[in-house]
Design a protein around this ligand. Structure first.
Ligand code: S3P
Length: 462
């Protein structure tokens, strides 16, 4: 079992370029594999999750030529050749590994195929509910069977002819929205999904990139069945959810200035920037567009952070960033409240419980609620041994917490980081070692821990 040991940070590097966006990389290989023709995908995220989506499409007839690899021999530029929307039955069950995105989006695609497909997952994925996609797909005429009431993996998607539906999502989930839209794409009518709050819209934008029109009217997103996608090259922007770890590290360091290069700035994903600004960071960005996705450099100026409230419609926009925002809250003056986030309980692990346990072990007072938590920040964190609970975002969030803790923080069970951020440890080392070119980085100005009395009298999380 691998572990990461972290000590106090030595300096903030001047810039970091994070790997490609996970959500867009998944969709890029899935949709490219449904086109007739070849799509060249650049800056693909070669994480284990995205490679599961690629292997799934290859198992069903798409071809992939690797054009470029990263330092670890993993594909970052590939040419995916599809043979249209009718896929070939895979010879064996599809292994989705740790990836909920693979299993849920593939369910939508497979629901319209003329064969049955079984999908398996690792221990964590096998605990996650697939009923949320099975229910709407059943209304469309497909059957998804699985284990227990929550229809957990292994699941089997029994494909066939589908009807268009209008479906109101019981939870704000981009994965479920995408599964329904992808199934609706294979009907003869108009399928609409009504969202309780706007969720990430990469499916809509990437389908449009491939010439498939998806329309939004308020919180309703609709697709007309029967539209043929056209292969078209694309470049995946950097993942703001990976950049989030460094953003918080810089934001919490007075005097720091860090540039995150070429990050995806899709407004359904940039909630972290709004939250950090509310907490006192200064942030600037320059947005440009390519392949329908806004992107650009983000500059973070650090300072003393203050508590805030994170909740309501903002939650889907920061859902993957809440573990690292909880760490930011522990470093901030006052009591931060995270609410309306019960979806965190059904991620790779129960992220409310995992974050609360680890913060407490570092000496942070945390009160846990069914849909969130209250974190009282501002005191020095204590280095200790923590587990990731097998969850990549918990592992990385607490590696950042370790940069601000007294002594050594050991994070155990860190293999999971490769599901979303290969190269994380190399980038983390930039914060732990003395700078090679001292002029180009921010020296660390020690954060002054707030006194308890001061903290309690200054609780204004509104
Ligand atoms: C994702 C959607 C979100 C997010 C996940 C990726 C996607 O999940 O947490 O990491 O790519 O559509 P939900 O749709 O379950 O909220």
């Amino acid at each position: 079992m691998s572990q990461i040991k972290v000590r106090k940070l030595k300096h903030i590097p001047s810039e970091i370029t994070v790997p490609g966006d996970k959500s867009i990389s998944h969709r890029s290989v899935m949709f490219a594999g449904l086109c007739e023709g070849t799509t060249v995908i650049e800056n693909f995220l070669p994480s284990e999750d995205c490679l599961c989506s690629l292997s799934a499409m290859q198992a069903m007839g798409a071809e992939c030529e690797v054009l470029e690899t990263d330092g670890r021999g993993k594909p970052v530029k590939l040419a995916v050749t599809g043979h249209g929307m009718k896929l070939k039955a895979p010879a064996a069950p599809i292994d989705c590994g740790n990836s909920g995105t693979t299993m849920r989006l593939m369910s939508g695609i497979l629901a319209a195929q003329r064969f049955n497909t079984t999908m398996t997952g690792d221990e964590s994925l096998s605990r996650r509910p697939m009923k949320r996609v099975a229910d709407p797909l059943a209304l469309m005429g497909a059957k998804v069977t699985g284990q227990g009431d929550k229809i957990c993996a292994p699941i089997t998607v029994h494909g066939g002819d589908l009807n268009a539906i209008t479906y109101t999502l019981p939870m704000a989930s981009a994965q479920v929205k995408s599964a329904v839209l992808l199934a609706g794409w294979n009907t003869q009518g108009k399928t609409s999904v009504v969202e309780p709050a706007v969720t990430r819209d990469h499916t809509e934008r990437l389908l449009a990139h491939f010439g498939v029109k998806v329309v939004r009217d308020g919180n309703t997103v609709s697709i007309y069945g029967g539209q043929k996608p056209e292969a078209k090259d694309l470049y995946v922007p950097g993942d703001i959810s990976s950049a989030a770890f460094w953003m918080v590290a810089a934001a919490a360091t007075p005097g720091a200035q860090l540039i995150l290069k070429d990050v995806g700035l899709n407004p359904t994903r940039t909630g972290i920037l709004n939250v950090l600004v509310r907490m006192g960071a200064q942030i600037s960005d320059n947005v440009n567009y390519a392949e329908g996705e806004p992107r650009g450099n983000v500059v973070i100026h650090g300072g003393e952070l203050n508590a805030t409230v994170i909740g309501g419609d903002e939650i889907p926009n920061v859902i993957d960033e809440l573990p690292i925002l909880a760490v930011a809250a522990a470093l901030a003056r006052g009591t931060t409240i995270i609410k309306d986030a019960k979806e965190l309980r059904v991620k790779e692990t129960d992220r409310i419980s995992a974050v609360a346990q680890n913060l407490r072990l570092m000496g942070v007072p945390v009160q846990e609620f069914e849909d969130g938590m209250e974190i009282t920040g501002g005191m020095e964190l204590t280095g200790t041994t923590l587990t990731s609970y097998g969850d990549h975002r918990i592992a990385m969030a607490f590696a950042i917490a370790g940069l601000y803790a007294e002594g050594v923080t050991t994070i155990e069970d860190t293999e999971c980081i490769s599901t979303s951020y290969p190269g994380f440890e190399r980038d983390l080392a930039l914060f732990l070692n003395e700078p090679r070119f001292p002029d180009e980085s921010t020296p660390v100005i020690n954060r002054v821990p707030h006194e308890v009395g001061e903290r309690l009298s200054s609780q204004d999380p509104s």
